[in-house]
Design a protein around this ligand. Structure first.
Ligand code: F6P
Length: 520
């Protein structure tokens, strides 16, 4: 059994120090000499500012020491080298190989490159009109069918970045709720539509049901069964299953079992991104992630963005008692970022046993939530300023937003800075006015500010890679496996048996109360 991190001397020291830090005003901590230079670092078009975190000089040194005792540097090397870091499934987690160049791509580089070029040339054929539907029409609408890791990354990126000239429109079909299929299918013409079915397992019910609906709809509308093969691409690690629903073998792109679903946006799962941005845009997306990878491997801990972000999270959750983590993008275009990160963080580190099978004795990942700003200021910020619960925050903003409405952007950034500032300073309303306690704000609430140089494919690649590595580092500190997701299995199995029961095919094993509900 590994020694639990909570029993290490450095963890105990940090716990003792945290008890002292909570008594210090955050304004004083923010005023430490050399604070900004120590706590704000940049790499790959991103700037990570931890200077408003409740991490004083000694806490910072202790957290760097923790990262060094855990040996995050070696853990990072093992990840990139293809060690079986997904221990419960005995395999590597080589999403970094998907964005690597020849010099750092490892043994799998040739195969990765072949697949990447195949996907990118397909994307360019679709964009340029070289790809034709069965009746000779060019593709104007792309419907991406997939859920979880086979959906959230492409949906985030297509929303975050404007399409390049003449890109077909991208629609997403994730939920099994027929309302989504209904809304999407109403808007498109089958003769100029391409369906992408992305499912690593090709067994996920939502994607299976949506793919069957898409195929039936296509055949019904066009009267052509064989024509469907000109209108469908599959991305999967189970090509036989894709062939089984009529996908042309040449149009089946590969997902490898050594890439987890929530880490797969860099693979052929990114096809809608490549269609939306063009192959050049997709290459820039990979380049941003690759530069962040190189930074994560080479930078010393006290300048290493993902490692610093990881230990700042550990400090907030494990020592200061944060119960949730808010990701607040000051960007309409990044409004899907919290959804993407919910899967990345909570499916990865929502675990309660360590890799050796023993129970963790510290809290692991908190609830991650968030939403588009400044809209949130008029909704849930009251809770941030005067609520009773402890939380941590990432404010995320782009310096160059990619539009010309400068006065809007100035207001957006001013609001972002103002919220972080208000949370630090608070406001004390003194006097005998009975409203004074209501109008006072405690302040002393820390946050991280993360700035993207611009909203570009490059910065987005770096941003997503940064969070991936942060999640990995936190998993290493808690000694848990961030790459499996056994917890989602049971609900799926029960769902299948209840589906059979609802359809009157078999009695499901269920509690008496569920049985009663079925009968309503
Ligand atoms: O249910 C969770 C999950 O297994 C995720 O890990 C995955 O991203 C998603 O389902 C979709 O899986 P697939 O790509 O195999 O359809």
């Amino acid at each position: 059994m590994n020694t639990p991190v909570s029993q290490t001397a450095i963890w105990q020291q940090l716990a003792d120090h945290a008890r002292r830090v909570v008594d210090q005003p955050l304004t004083r901590i923010c005023g430490e000499r050399g604070r900004f230079e120590r706590m704000c670092h940049s790499a790959a078009g991103l700037t990570l500012d931890l200077s408003k975190q409740r991490i004083d000089h000694a806490a910072f040194a202790g957290l760097v020491e923790l990262a060094s005792r855990i040996d995050l540097g070696s853990a990072m090397q093992s990840l990139f080298a293809g060690a079986p870091v997904n221990s419960s499934e005995r395999r590597a987690a080589l999403h970094t190989a998907l964005r690597a160049e020849a010099e750092d791509g490892g043994d799998r580089h040739a195969e990765v490159l072949r697949e990447r070029e195949h996907m990118l040339s397909m994307a360019d054929d679709i964009r340029t009109g070289k790809w034709r539907g069965f009746s000779g029409k060019a593709i104007e609408d792309v419907v991406h069918i997939g859920i979880g890791g086979s959906h959230l990354g492409p949906a985030l990126m297509v929303d975050a970045l404007p399409p390049t000239w003449k890109a077909p429109r991208c629609h997403f079909l994730a939920n099994v709720d027929g309302a989504v299929a209904d809304a999407v299918l109403r808007r498109i013409n089958p003769e100029s539509t391409l369906f992408i079915i992305a499912s690593k397992s090709f067994g996920t019910i939502e994607s299976h049901v949506n793919a069957q609906t898409a195929r039936s709809w296509f055949i019904e509308r066009t009267g052509s069964i064989t024509g469907f093969s000109n209108h469908a691409v599959a991305i999967t690690s189970k090509p036989e299953a894709a062939k089984g629903i009529g996908i042309d073998p040449d149009r089946i792109l590969t997902m490898w079992d050594w890439v987890g679903g929530r880490y797969s946006v860099w693979s052929s799962v990114g096809l809608p991104i490549a269609i939306h941005l063009g192959s050049d845009g997709f290459r820039k997306f990979l380049a941003g992630a690759r530069d962040l990878d190189r930074h994560a491997l080479a930078a010393p801990i006290d300048h290493n963005l993902p490692m610093l972000m990881a230990v700042a999270g550990i400090w907030n959750y494990n020592f200061l008692g944060a119960q949730s983590h808010a990701v607040l993008p000051y960007s309409h275009r990044l409004r899907r970022l919290p959804d993407y990160l919910q899967q990345l963080e909570m499916e990865s580190n929502g675990k309660s046993v360590r890799t050796d099978g023993t129970a963790v004795d510290v809290q692991t990942v908190p609830v991650l939530w968030g939403g588009e700003e400044t809209n949130g200021q008029h909704a849930f910020h009251q809770f941030l300023h005067q609520g009773t619960r402890a939380f941590s925050i990432d404010f995320v903003a782009a310096i160059d937003p990619g539009h010309d409405f400068d006065s809007h952007h100035d207001w957006l950034l001013a609001n972002c800075l103002a919220q972080a500032e208000a949370l630090v300073r608070g406001r004390e309303v003194a006097g005998t006015d009975p409203l004074a306690p209501h109008r006072s704000m405690p302040g002393n609430r820390g946050s991280t500010t993360l700035l993207l140089d611009s909203l570009s494919p490059y910065s987005m690649g770096a941003l997503l890679a940064l969070y991936e590595h942060k999640v990995y580092c936190q998993g290493m500190i808690w000694s848990i496996n961030p790459f499996d997701q056994w917890g989602v299995e049971l609900g799926k199995t029960i769902g299948e048996s209840l589906h059979a029961s609802l359809a009157g095919q078999a009695a499901a094993e269920s509690t008496a109360v569920t049985q009663r509900l079925i009968e309503v």
